[in-house]
Design a protein around this ligand. Sequence first.
Ligand SMILES: NC(=O)c1ccc[n+]([C@@H]2O[C@H](COP(=O)([O-])OP(=O)(O)OC[C@H]3O[C@@H](n4cnc5c(N)ncnc54)[C@H](OP(=O)(O)O)[C@@H]3O)[C@@H](O)[C@H]2O)c1
Length: 327
Amino acid sequence: MDWFSGILIFFVTCLVVQFVRLFLSDSDLQLQWAEIFGNSTGTLKGKVVWITGASSGIGESLAYRLAADGCRLVLSARREGRLQQIKQTIIDGGYSTQEDILIVPIDLLQFSSHPSTVQRVLQHFEKIDILVNNAGRSQRSLIEKCPMEVDREVLEINTLSPLSLTKAVLPHFIERKAGHVVYTSSVAGKIGSPGLGSYACSKHAMQGWLDSLRIEMYTHNIHVTSVCPGPVFSEALVHAFTDSADQSLGVIMDPSERRMTSERCASLIAVAIANRLDEVWVSPHPELLYLYLFQYFPSIAKRIANIFGQDRVSKVRRGIKSLHKTS
Ligand SMILES: NC(=O)c1ccc[n+]([C@@H]2O[C@H](COP(=O)([O-])OP(=O)(O)OC[C@H]3O[C@@H](n4cnc5c(N)ncnc54)[C@H](OP(=O)(O)O)[C@@H]3O)[C@@H](O)[C@H]2O)c1
């Protein structure tokens, strides 16, 4: 075999391995390689990590995961009782002490409280290393049916509140010349989806903002990570917005649904943080494959979406709950 054939076989083998990995995996290739060869999450030991939306779902699992990695935690959400239970579980598991977990109940829609809340955290820990903007609410309603009131509320919690909290923390990061902003975006932050119009709008907006922030903060040694999960088990459909401002969806996810566990999602987020990755995709198939198709062949992906999306549109028209099994 001559040297040219050798190199060719090597490259073809690498390509085949990448394809196989892609099909078997639940995250993008960069995150997969970081999980195997990158910094271990143990490198986060001692970091002060502020997680919003820590009272359930992905945020709760991330709290357990980062506590196991030796992080000191600030846990925020509105349900203080749930946060206290999570803190106790972590302490009972021997992962942390009373002083290393600070509970900070907050309604993130009260934007004016953000600067004083940051000061409260700094008084306790004297620093913040990583801010994980995870709190958010999903949505299920057709654009034609969704009142402006709901559109506004979706954007306030998913876009304006993380934007405001990040801006309140930035002066501290800039002064220290160190910091890391993480945001739980969504596959819907990359691709539009029927029945999720305002939600997709809120997550797409943050993607643009985070990309701008990353460039502006580059010389300040401040990192920005956007996490795009696909379907994950959580309380998201219980609290999701509908086409009525005073009604949440109230659907409990069926364990037989094709979704990633919040524990696996949190584990991959921890890897993304430890390796300071810019943007990561964390999802089962077919959403993960569709993200690749959308990224590299957007025209084809949009045509496919128009055809296959119609079934979902009619399900949403028939009543949003027909999309989901109720328990
Ligand atoms: N589950 C999925 O399939 C999926 C997929 C992609 C992206 N995501 C994103 O992942 C993030 C976490 O969602 P999840 O799936 O884990 O849902 P979840 O279990 O419903 O968690 C949402 C969290 O946000 C908090 N929150 C909501 N409104 C708040 C407010 N006004 N002030 C303070 N905290 C508030 C909730 O706490 P309180 O109610 O106690 O305030 C809760 O801790 C969200 O940003 C969501 O968009 C989820």
